[in-house]
Design a protein around this ligand. Sequence first.
Ligand code: RM4
Ligand code: MN
Length: 388
Amino acid sequence: MTDNAKAASAVRRLGVETASWAYANSGTRFKVFGQPGVPRDPYEKIDDAAVVHRLTGAAPTVALHIPWDKVDDYDGLAKHAEAQGVRIGAINSNVFQDDDYKLGSVCHPDPAVRRKATDHLLECIDIMDATGSDTLKLWFADGTNYPGQDSIRARQDRLAEALRETYGRLGGEQRMLLEYKLFEPSFYTTDVPDWGTSYVHCTELGPKAQVVIDTGHHAPGTNIEFIVAFLLRAGKLGGFDFNSRFYADDDLMVGAADPFQLFRIMHEIVDADVLAPEAGIAFMLDQCHNIEPKIPAIIRSVLNVQEMTAKALKVDAAALAEAQRNGDVLGANQVFMDAFYTDVRPWLAQLREEQGLDPDPVGAYHRSGYAEKIAADRVGGQQAGWGA
Ligand code: RM4
Ligand code: MN
């Protein structure tokens, strides 16, 4: 295979996982603006995810969030997904929206609350069994707001205990990803604030526990591609929650705020040869579309990941290695930047045409009439959103 054919096949095999909650209404703590046609239940969210996959050919799985996506029949939900041409991806736990969790969930000082939270994590694994999902994604809002509020060390012990029990329940082909976040909703300490904390817990647990990087969960200026490289070397990178941010955890479309950062991240992935699905790195979106129409925004996001990946595949690896070996600082940087500045859009459009797709998925969505159809059909009932 020529280099170009190899790159084309790598792009074609890239799957970006969309998030069920991104199809629902969302907002800030100031206001949630509803949109016409928003799904009322998980089945309709999956219908929307399937449209994104049909148009891009690059979004074969959709993540669920429990209890937002609670249904009576998970097997039926998985079959519905399959019939639409998509699969259920990661199951995201939610132990941050119950009154009991005011002081935390698995780190709460009261063992009864910890029990309840851990039981929810175990329930998520039951849902994985029923849907065929192989990934549990854990994010904890746990932490404290005031110095002295709770013992930082004791909270780590409680966290480790809950993670151990959850890990013990994972089936042979299942894994868990532990997410970290610098701050919010806790403002003094967060119990899993950074990749190092997640890494140590995952290492204590074993090979089925890995770190997931949410690109919006760092201090400004953090070098995320360094974290990617480090975790890959340690065999502990499980995947990404992609989104972009200008200030804090903005959850804007990936590649919108800083496409160059996304390129640098994807370069580490390509360079370590872990882009292929069998390498097990999950490329997930975790975004909210508060003011823009959701489905075209998600299509745009999938395309952004695809574009930056395609650029990363255009890095002349041999020339880069030679420049690095020779200590040619400027030459190496030029090889890198040449790839970043390569306009890969015509190439990607051509690849889509070869696959029988419309070369312009966003335009195809607008022409499809789907937006008008769901706006007309989805009347009555309650639009999905936070807590729904
Ligand atoms: C958190 C975290 C989780 C996501 C929730 C909705 O900040 O990023 O991944 O499930 O938000
Ligand atoms: Mn996330």
